[in-house]
Design a protein around this ligand. Structure first.
Ligand code: DER
Length: 230
């Protein structure tokens, strides 16, 4: 099976958990988009749900597929969020944010009773960090924030390139109007410590370490589907 088929297989398994009347957080990225397409089939077959999208991009796809969505403010408590991940580590700690939507993704995941992560097998890692950690930062004084991030990382024994994510000629701007720094720490032995240290930097809005949020991961590998619990 190719990557797209694996993503769809994981998406189908997640869609099987969605029941009539559920309030569903809908993630961002290619695997989450496979979930939207499967959900759209189920909705056209009579499933009645209300969705909350985690990005303008996902919102647009839901609209195009007639998956009903409302703003999070209209539905502040969700039954389940289904989303992808860039890395799935021990204890289902995740790195997310490859698609630049980590702030809304984390807000929506935290508003949900459950979070189901869907991914192809390549995302499961022994230790987080090979994927550069996305850090969402306020545009005011980015260089000062960058220096403070480097300092707190060094205090935890972490180093590596930290670069401003680009989009075309200029910086990538998130739905929330912020910038993203991608930090190539390579190995993150203590994600909890790094999470706390980063959130103490005033210019950091949020980061892509999702700790204690995922309830389950549905992973599609060449040998089939596997379910991982924390
Ligand atoms: O940006 C994100 O957080 C996405 O969910 C990302 O982590 C996974 O994207 P993919 O499904 O396209 O690999």
């Amino acid at each position: 099976a190719d990557a797209a088929e694996l993503k769809t297989a994981a998406a189908r398994a997640a869609a099987d958990e969605i029941r009539d009347g559920m309030r569903v957080g809908i993630g961002t990225g290619s695997t989450a988009e496979a979930f939207v397409r499967v959900l759209a089939e189920r909705v056209s077959g009579g499933l009645s749900i209300v969705g909350v999208a985690t990005s303008e991009r996902t919102e647009a796809l839901c609209r195009a597929c007639s998956v009903p969505t409302v703003p999070l403010d209209e539905c502040p408590e969700l039954d389940v969020t289904v989303d992808g991940a860039d890395e799935i580590g021990p204890g289902l700690a995740l790195i997310k944010g490859g698609g630049g939507a980590l702030l809304r993704e984390k807000i929506v995941a935290s508003a949900s009773k459950r979070m189901i992560v869907i991914a192809d097998g390549t995302k499961v890692v022994e230790m987080l960090g090979a994927f550069p950690l996305p850090i969402e930062v306020n545009g005011f004084g980015v260089f000062a924030t960058y220096l403070q991030i480097r300092k707190v990382a060094a205090s935890l024994g972490l180093s590596g390139d930290i670069t401003v994510r680009k989009a075309g000629e200029g910086p990538f701007i998130t739905d929330g109007g912020h910038l993203i720094l991608d930090a190539s720490f390579r190995r993150i032995p203590d994600p909890e410590a790094l999470s706390r240290a980063l959130l103490d930097v005033p210019g950091v809005v949020q980061h892509g370490l999702f700790i204690g949020l995922a309830s389950e991961a549905i992973v599609a590998g060449s040998g089939g589907l596997s379910r991982i619990k924390p």
